[in-house]
Design a protein around this ligand. Structure first.
Ligand code: AMP
Length: 234
């Protein structure tokens, strides 16, 4: 049986970093809607109408659902039918999106394989992390605050280390306003009610969070995950 993991968490909760670890170790395919949008931005063949929507992204607002569904569903189908386990990262930012994805899974017979993981941090920690992080503009590797990393090259691929355009204080505030804890609460409750939610404390170090994720996924595979241990402090 394949596995489809839905990563939930507010910006800066470390979803992308944790996804990369599972990709490296277990060969998951990482589908991030933020990455799909950034890839679209650089695509010379992109539809100008789609590109016009990306201005919302620069303002820290959500882009329209239709564009997300078009990019996301195409990518899931491609990876799933190539036999891959998948991590879906950042794709669900409203109840409407959660329901649309559920319908997609039902139509494609994928429901049994889906599990959601919430990476739990506070809005305050989100602000702190986003205002300090940098990333590689080529391979997308994300790094926590490093004083000398603003100018430099990525040691993994040689790409440029940059600050993401939407990681400036004003835009970060807008993103937390629209995508923070209060905004994702109904989504968390949606998965909790379906009995498909694992919660990890993402305020700790990358390694500690990784350890908890792997441990909980193992427990899930072994059928040892109880409702209680899933939902503590959701
Ligand atoms: P991320 O890289 O996940 O932080 O996403 C960067 C930006 O892309 C967000 O601030 C939104 O503007 C946009 N975005 C990503 N995923 C979605 C989504 N599921 N729905 C709407 N907008 C999204």
């Amino acid at each position: 049986m394949k596995r489809i993991l839905i990563f939930l968490g507010i910006p800066g909760s470390g979803k992308g970093t944790q996804a990369r670890l599972l990709v490296e170790r277990y060969g998951y395919m990482h589908i991030s809607t933020g990455d799909l949008l950034r890839r679209l931005e650089k695509d010379p063949d992109a539809d100008p109408a789609d590109l016009a929507q990306l201005v919302l992204m620069k303002e820290g607002k959500l882009v329209p659902n239709e564009l997300i569904y078009k990019l996301l569903f195409t990518e899931i189908e491609k990876q799933y039918f190539a036999g891959k386990n998948i991590i879906i990262d950042g794709a669900i930012r409203s109840l409407e999106q959660a329901e649309a994805l559920q319908t997609f899974f039902e139509t494609h017979g994928m429901v049994e394989e889906v599990e959601a993981i919430k990476f739990k941090i506070s809005d305050e920690l989100s602000f702190l992390r986003l205002s300090r992080r940098t990333m590689c503009d080529s391979c997308g590797d994300i790094r926590p605050y490093m004083p000398d990393a603003e100018v430099g090259v990525c040691e993994k691929c040689g790409g440029n280390i940059i600050t993401r355009k939407d990681d400036n204080p004003e835009i970060i505030r807008a993103r937390i306003e629209e995508q923070g804890e209060k905004a994702i609460r109904p989504i968390i409750d949606y998965f909790k009610n379906k009995g498909e939610l694992i919660v990890v404390d993402a305020s700790r170090s990358v390694d500690e969070v990784d350890e908890e994720v792997v441990e909980k996924l193992r427990a899930l595979s072994a059928g040892r995950m109880t409702e209680e241990s899933n939902f503590i402090n959701a």
